[in-house]
Design a protein around this ligand. Structure first.
Ligand code: IFM
Length: 452
């Protein structure tokens, strides 16, 4: 059971979740720095101030990746570390950190996959209106240019942003993520529209300034529905659920991906949102609709669907006792079959699974090791499904496990451990969990070690 030759086996992280050094070397504040200060926002009042101290310990973390044998690492850049005010003056020390990080990764023969924005939005720009400001897409393009000019002689794989569904919906609608806003539908859709424009302008900027041939995409949430049976009607219903807009929020696939990949907002969404839909200027859709080289999908769980009345999707709740992770997300391995398959068929772009993994309550056992059999079983089940999707024709180029190491899980603080490497936050000691050794075998055999 082998994945195609050249398959990318990686791990993923994000700047605010691991770097720490939140107020060091000239870094400006991000909205997560300030959001964490407010009582009640984060579990146990925690923050990413120190996190995994990766800013200082990156050589050790790269060494661990080398031992696991990954050939790729997905990281993100902290916008306010590079541009403390979000625009204008560059912080040379901040940029130098990413310079060193990239050099050392390449020295270790690990290919960097860089996400430009993984939620740590500059506080200064938020004070100027953030994603609601019509200039926000130009700010993002300016930041993109600074990073691309500096790193693109070595970085060839770019993602404009991570999970727009989450930072807009949770951050600007539910208020559970930074900046903690609860906007009404019209304003929410305006932030989404500016985010889409930012994506488009960033793609244009990468292509205009990259010093080498590059691959450009984004990492989106793959909102996946799986069919209850193999009956064509159930399969069609699940696909319909995946590609429709049914709620007055932005937790869906097509409100984002259709503008980016097809060049127009989905009709059902426009009808549902009515007068709340954003004003679209003449050139907007052309800016948003940039050719991409790949589609990155972050997939963790999904819902089961059957064909109900007149074939319409009907969600079937997971049965009582269905396995869940510590985050209470259902274990649904089939999402890694139907997700990439349906996205590939609709958008015809090569797919990377840019995140997949699970939170657990791992701890150090009496023998000094960290045993995480559930994570091994989880990944095994999901990867078997991904393999099946690849065999059935979906063009799947790579897989990034979330995450290299335990880290700051946003509003849940350090409660959820997603890593293959255990982090003792008091001593900053790293201990590779059993799953890290298992992943090493999987990578070394290009997938042949599954099912063991
Ligand atoms: O930790 C997050 C990551 O930042 C974005 N995708 C989901 C992960 C787990 O919640």
């Amino acid at each position: 059971m082998n994945f195609p030759k050249g398959f990318v086996w990686g791990v993923a992280t994000a700047s605010y979740q691991i770097e720490g050094a939140a107020r060091e070397d000239g870094k400006g504040l991000s909205i997560w720095d300030t959001f964490c200060l407010k009582e009640g926002n984060i579990w146990n009042g925690q923050s990413g101030d120190i996190a995994c101290d990766h800013y200082h310990r990156y050589p050790e973390d790269i060494e661990i990746m080398k031992q696991i044998g990954v050939n790729a690492y997905r990281l993100s850049i902290s916008w306010s570390r590079v541009l403390p005010n979000g625009t204008g003056k560059v912080n040379p020390k901040g940029m130098a950190f990413y310079d060193r990080l990239i050099d050392q990764l390449l020295e270790a023969k690990i290919t960097p996959y860089v996400t430009l924005f993984h939620w740590d939005y500059p506080e200064e720009l938020y004070c100027r209106g953030g994603w609601l400001n019509p200039d926000s897409s130009d700010w993002f393009a300016e930041y993109t240019k600074v990073v691309v000019e500096k790193l693109s002689d070595r970085v060839k794989n770019w993602m404009t942003m991570n999970e727009p569904q989450v930072f807009i919906n949770h951050g600007h609608h539910h208020g559970t993520h930074a900046p903690g806003l609860k906007l009404g539908t019209a304003q929410l859709l305006r932030t989404a529209h500016n985010t889409l424009l930012s994506h488009g302008k960033a793609v244009q900027t990468i292509r205009a300034y990259s010093k080498s041939a590059c691959n450009v995409g984004l990492a989106a949430v793959g909102v996946v529905f799986t069919p209850a049976t193999d009956k064509p009607a159930d399969i069609a219903a699940a696909r319909q659920a995946m590609f429709s807009v049914t709620n007055k929020d932005v937790w869906n696939n097509t409100w984002w991906m259709d503008p980016m990949l097809v060049g127009k907002y989905p009709e059902d969404g426009l009808a549902l949102f009515g007068a709340d839909a954003p004003a679209i200027r003449e050139k907007d859709m052309a800016i948003i609709h940039q050719p991409l080289d790949f589609l990155g999908l972050n997939i963790y769980y999904g819902q089961t669907v059957r064909a109900g009345k007149e074939g319409q999707p009907e969600i079937i709740p997971d049965p009582v006792g269905h396995p869940i992770t510590f985050y209470h997300w259902g274990v649904n391995p089939q999402t890694l079959y139907w997700g990439p398959k349906n996205f590939f068929e609709r958008y015809k772009l090569p797919i990377y699974i840019t995140e997949n993994g699970m939170a657990n309550v791992d701890w150090v056992a009496l023998d000094g090791k960290v045993h995480d059999p559930q994570r091994i079983d989880f990944l095994n089940r999901y990867l078997l499904q991904l393999f099946k999707a690849s065999k059935d024709g979906a063009d799947i180029r790579g897989y990034f496990q979330w995450s290299l190491m335990d880290n700051f899980e946003w509003a849940s603080g350090y409660r959820e451990r997603f890593g293959m490497v255990y982090v003792d936050y008091t001593t900053q000691q790293r201990i590779p969990k059993d799953s890290a050794y298992w992943y090493k075998d999987v990578i070394a055999s290009n997938g042949a070690a599954f099912g063991k």
